[in-house]
Design a protein around this ligand. Sequence first.
Ligand SMILES: [Zn+2]
Length: 124
Amino acid sequence: MKFFCPKCHWEMPADVVQCSHCGYDLNRWQRLDYDQKLIQALSHNEVNTRMRAARLLGLRRIRNAIPELQKQFLFSQDPYFQAEVMEALFDIDKEAAKIFFRQTLTGKESVILERTWEQQLRKN
Ligand SMILES: [Zn+2]
């Protein structure tokens, strides 16, 4: 099993208390609650970890995660991860997500979003 620094995601041995790359104190990580760990995992260097974190934050409807999810959406170049983040943002707060994506997406993408949104509303 590989271990990574929760802050800079440098690979490291399992038995250290401090990251040799960025100096992060791993005892601080131990004290974070589960949702805070999920929020940090959104910037993990393994794509499956990022995807799972976004999915779980959405399912758990963690409002504190909204700013980091929005940041990751803007930052990412990976459309699959962006789609997962988008779904999580809609799961957490539909109205806030709609406002964010209206401001963020332009042209063709905004048309796709509006159509999807209208179809979702009709289903529910
Ligand atoms: Zn580090």
